[in-house]
Design a protein around this ligand. Sequence first.
Ligand SMILES: Nc1ncnc2c1ncn2[C@@H]1O[C@H](COP(=O)(O)OP(=O)(O)OP(=O)(O)O)[C@@H](O)[C@H]1O
Length: 218
Amino acid sequence: MLELHNVSVDIVGVPVLRDVHLVVPPGGRVALIGRNGAGKTTTLRTLMGLLPARAGRVTLDGREATALPPHRRAALGIGYAPEERRLFGSFTVRENMLLPAQVLKLPAAEVTRRLDAVFTLLPELKDLAARRAAGLSGGQGKMVALGRALMVGTRAVLLDEPFQGLAPALALRYADTLSRLHQALPAVAILITESNPELLRPLVERSFVIERGEIAPA
Ligand SMILES: Nc1ncnc2c1ncn2[C@@H]1O[C@H](COP(=O)(O)OP(=O)(O)OP(=O)(O)O)[C@@H](O)[C@H]1O
């Protein structure tokens, strides 16, 4: 269970999240819906430990995580796919996917096991494994970012607007991938941000709406 308890976050002195309460149950599929600038990315970055909370607490399975740096949260099984993907262009797809697992210094056998599991789930990544990330299309880049998040996200993956900018056919394929992901790894929670609530309705069990940094159940 990943939880924000009454979290407030300021960026350069401006309140961006206000008293946010958000719950992502184990294996749950949760949407965070909001317009541009509503605070979706800030919420995910706060969950990941990339932004400090001015007030409130972050917990993982009831354990205090508010002060944990991002790599410690990743080590606890939280994967993050940022909206802008942040792939290293000169690295291959495989190298990009391996990076977070290497940062966590996971044993080589475990890294290989996880990579194989992600390739089984997302076979198109296996075909792209040797390609440089710089040459990927936007849709391919999103799949790589998902695969990379799954390399550490054994409990939860946070996906920031993965449908943004995808052509309709690719968006359908991505949605299908998320459904397969849930079937194959039912224990892994998925938190997805999006501006269009209709797009995620078939994929999630629960939605939260965020407006000007405040969350209410949809
Ligand atoms: N580094 C920053 N400096 C100043 N303001 C910021 C910064 N980062 C975010 N903000 C502001 O915080 C608010 C929330 O931003 P956030 O990126 O979380 O929104 P979002 O819902 O993810 O929308 P988008 O899809 O446009 O990124 C916005 O008003 C944004 O302008």
